[in-house]
Ligand binder design. Structure first.
Ligand SMILES: Cc1cc2nc3c(=O)[nH]c(=O)nc-3n(C[C@H](O)[C@H](O)[C@H](O)COP(=O)(O)O)c2cc1C
Length: 165
């Protein structure tokens, strides 16, 4: 596995994928990285649904924004939050974010690509992925072999975003 900082520096959002499949072993590594994220009181409110069947992927693409991405990705990971497991809405969001970043970095370490799609809360999509009563959709993450090599995106300089007090 590449050096962590190197992985953080070179990860990009990938929005176009080849038809090559992602292996079950790769999917398990990716999910395991999400599972290992920290959470308040170790409540682990994340739940993962791997959307890989042609029928479900098509149903998802019809409902989600940026349908092209979902259509071409061999799988889309739906990240749900089980509100019964969590105990604080703000912390739930932070925990899910930590899990997703672990997932994105692991995807990248495997030579795959992914895009974090955050504005996806939608009861119809929740129905497609089989969300339970207490589960809310937090993000969709199409994952696959990159069919593009996106440019580096800008970041604000440290001195602009940091204060020492
Ligand atoms: C919470 C969150 C929500 C995002 N939602 C979307 C989205 O709906 N669609 C999309 O194409 N990219 C989405 N992105 C990806 C960002 O656009 C991307 O991370 C940002 O432009 C920086 O580019 P990079 O990931 O290549 O470094 C999202 C990222 C985050 C962290």
């Amino acid at each position: 596995m590449a050096d962590l900082l190197q992985l953080i520096q070179t990860r990009r959002s990938v929005r176009a994928f080849t038809a090559a499949p992602v292996s079950r072993a790769q999917i398990e590594k990716i999910l395991n990285a999400g599972r290992l994220a920290p959470s308040g009181k170790n409540t682990q409110p994340w739940r993962f649904v791997v959307v890989e069947s042609a029928g479900k992927r098509e149903a998802l693409a019809k409902l989600a924004p940026q349908a092209g991405m979902i259509k071409t990705a061999p799988l889309t990971l739906a990240v749900l939050c089980d509100r019964d497991a969590g105990y604080d809405e703000l912390k739930d969001a932070q925990e899910i974010g930590a899990a997703i970043e672990n997932i994105l970095l692991t995807v990248h370490s495997l030579g795959l690509g992914a895009c974090w799609m955050g504005k996806t809360r939608n009861v119809d999509i929740e129905r497609v992925v089989g969300a339970g009563e207490s589960e809310e959709l937090m993000a969709l993450i199409p994952i696959g072999h990159p069919a593009e090599d996106p440019d580096e995106t800008d970041r604000l300089p440290l001195e602009r975003i940091t204060r020492f007090v």
